[in-house]
Design a protein around this ligand. Structure first.
Ligand SMILES: Nc1ncnc2c1ncn2[C@@H]1O[C@H](COP(=O)(O)OP(=O)(O)O)[C@@H](O)[C@H]1O
Ligand SMILES: [Mg+2]
Length: 238
């Protein structure tokens, strides 16, 4: 997807054994949008996100990334893996320091690397953790480091799988603040959660996965809360 484009998926199907997990699912992500994906445990949220990130093969579906149309997941896969990043609920960190984990996210990029790492550490408020072994970090710190790594990789779309599950109130608040920053930078966000009320202020639309079907809903409470931070529901999603 070229920046400023749209991401559209149609006819998405996925079956595990006899269970139809995704039944002709259609999804449209607008530029600079933040979408909340809700659904009970086992509804298929993680599976859907992993398919969208090019990590898991569906049984059918077509994809549009910006102007490019792909008739199958197999043809879309490489473009999906480039443009879309999936963040696991329990972020996988490499053995090594916080800085090492950030450097890996930059890959071969050399120029300006130090400045980018410094900015990333400042952004997550973990400058003093630069040399800390990543495996000794708390859950909240791991999540922030994972977000900084994702930011350095600069995907167009980030899919966050239960990003605040198992976090205490303070860590959750920090994570939400970072997600708001990513959204304000123009990264398209999809946040999967079975605990949607934490994200009401962040997400301008909500989709719900139930019995293999995706329904577009307004976020609970949106439109009734009078706050400068509440983003109006986009046309077509209300
Ligand atoms: N690789 C797999 N093989 C068989 N069943 C799977 C596989 N991955 C997930 N499932 C099943 O699909 C259902 C949806 O899982 P998941 O996408 O993780 O749901 P959610 O993220 O909404 O909790 C679950 O019942 C799970 O057991
Ligand atoms: Mg899940």
């Amino acid at each position: 997807m070229s920046r400023g484009g749209h991401f559209h998926v149609a006819g998405l199907r996925k079956r595990f054994g006899r269970r139809l997990l995704l039944d002709d699912v259609e999804l449209h992500l607008h530029e600079t949008s933040c979408t909340l994906l809700t659904g009970e445990n086992g509804a298929g949220k993680s599976t859907l996100l992993r398919i969208l990130a090019g990590l898991e093969k569906p049984d059918g579906g077509s994809f549009r990334l910006g102007r490019r149309l792909y008739p199958s997941w197999r043809k879309a896969r490489r473009s999906l893996q480039k443009a879309v990043m999936y963040l696991h609920q329990q972020p996988y960190l490499f053995d090594g320091s916080v800085e090492y984990n950030l450097r890996l996210a930059l890959g071969g990029q050399r120029e300006g690397q130090e400045a980018l790492i410094r900015t990333a550490l400042q952004w997550i408020d973990m400058e003093s953790f630069r040399e800390t072994p990543a495996r000794t970090l708390s859950g909240g710190e791991r999540q922030r480091l994972a977000l900084a790594r994702a930011w350095l990789a600069s995907p167009e779309i980030m899919l966050l799988d239960e990003p605040t599950a198992n976090l205490d109130t303070e860590s959750r608040g920090r994570t939400l603040e970072l997600l708001r920053g990513l959204r304000n930078q123009g990264i398209v966000l999809v946040i999967a959660s079975h605990d949607p009320h934490h994200f009401e202020e962040l997400a301008e639309c909500r989709i719900d996965l139930h019995n293999g079907r995706l329904t577009h809903l307004a976020p609970r409470g949106a439109g009734t809360v009078q706050s400068a931070k509440v983003i109006p529901i986009r046309q077509g999603y209300a």
